[in-house]
Write a protein that binds this ligand. Structure first.
Ligand code: EPU
Length: 338
């Protein structure tokens, strides 16, 4: 039976580094421990908060319920022709998993190097960076159904992945706990280096025929130069999603803001760079009390030390209303607010 602790500080379990406590707290090391935990029916009716690396949440108050920290470890692989199936426990650190693949020459996740967080959290918001999304390499996952105590397997289609979206964030929210993820990677290297910043950095390094390792190193370099390191400056990566608008709406905006940064997406929609709008309104690098936006990336909110979750939340609300009144776009928070 996993040990349940009481009144535990969550400060070191969230990358914003804000103070909040959990009424109860438990660490889970395998699927059996999850089953044992929920044999006690009381937990099914308590508030539950499942955490991995704590890199995509903002705690705005103490959590009056049970925090379940997923610590299931282990990475293994199975080679089948050109395909390589790599299975990792939910509690593996995402970047350790990426390094495992990169070091073995398994292609597919090198663009996702250095993303903070855990493997188990990665499908929930379909993490993505530099032209690749988790859904491109996701094969399946195992998940514990809290209601029935059964393990269910989800394949790629079952997860209904979208931009920073999945079934685990919408219709099945709070119903399942992901215990492991299987990725389908490739032995034959087909690099995705079309993202401008990658192409540029490869040129700077005079690399003409990049390897998986080169791409991983270049992506890591770009991230380090743009994004604050959560171990020194509290943050949760992009705080907002990039809004997706109709072409009509986009054209209207473009006539008022000719330099607006945008990317075409499916179904004739346009994705607008939220960081650009936030910067345009003068928020980039601004500090208010203990909180602010990052000097090199306005989409990232930061804790300059001793900020509360509420201060960060209030800053995000101010930014949302400023963007709304100037661009008539309602930014959505990407980070989960607790
Ligand atoms: N931009 C600005 N000012 C800023 C930030 C961005 O003008 O302060 C403009 C620039 O023109 C830049 C463009 O926006 O070229 C895009 O910026 P960037 O490449 O940094 O990407 P992003 O759209 O801001 C998204 C993801 C990141 C991911 C990067 C790289 C979301 C919400 N964020 O950011 O993911 O690393 O692309 O692919 O989609 C995360 O989700 O936590 C995250 C960090």
């Amino acid at each position: 039976m996993p040990q349940i602790l009481e009144n535990i500080s969550l400060k070191k379990f969230n990358t914003f580094g804000v103070e909040a406590s959990a009424r109860w707290f438990v660490e889970i090391r395998d699927e059996e421990e999850l089953a044992e935990l929920f044999e006690d029916k009381r937990w099914k009716s308590e508030n539950l908060l499942v955490i991995g690396g704590g890199s995509n949440m903002l705690l705005t108050k103490d959590f009056d319920g049970l925090v379940i920290r997923m610590c299931i470890r282990g990475i293994s692989n199975e080679i089948s022709g050109d395909d390589i199936y790599v299975t990792a426990g939910a509690g593996e650190v995402w970047n350790d998993f990426v390094n495992y693949c990169v070091n073995r020459g398994f292609a597919g996740v090198e663009n996702l190097s250095l993303i903070p967080g855990s493997v188990g959290a990665s499908p929930i918001q379909n993490i993505g960076a530099y032209g690749v999304e988790l859904k491109d390499v996701f094969h399946s996952c195992r998940a514990f159904e809290i209601g029935s105590g059964q393990i269910r397997r989800f394949d790629n289609k079952d997860c209904k992945f979208g931009y920073r979206e999945s079934v685990f964030k919408s219709e099945l929210k709070g119903k399942y706990i992901i215990t492991s993820v299987t990725f389908r990677l490739s032995a034959s290297v087909q690099l995705n280096i079309s993202y401008g910043a990658i192409t540029q950095e490869l040129q700077n390094r005079k690399i003409e025929n990049p390897t998986i390792k080169d791409v991983s190193q270049v992506v890591s370099h770009i991230r380090v130069s743009k994004l604050p390191d959560p171990s020194t400056i509290g943050n949760a990566g992009s705080f907002f999603k990039n809004p997706v608008v109709s072409v009509d709406k986009f054209r209207q905006l473009q006539s008022s803001f000719p330099d607006i940064v945008h990317f075409s997406v499916d179904n004739g929609m346009e994705k607008i760079a939220a960081g650009w709008m936030i910067e345009k309104l003068g928020w980039k690098g601004k500090t208010i009390g203990h909180v602010g936006t990052w000097k090199n990336q306005a989409l990232v909110l930061v804790n300059h030390g001793n900020a509360t979750g509420t201060e960060l939340y209030d800053l995000s609300s101010e930014i949302i209303s400023d963007v709304k009144s100037n661009f008539d776009i309602e930014l959505q928070r990407e980070v989960n607010i607790i």
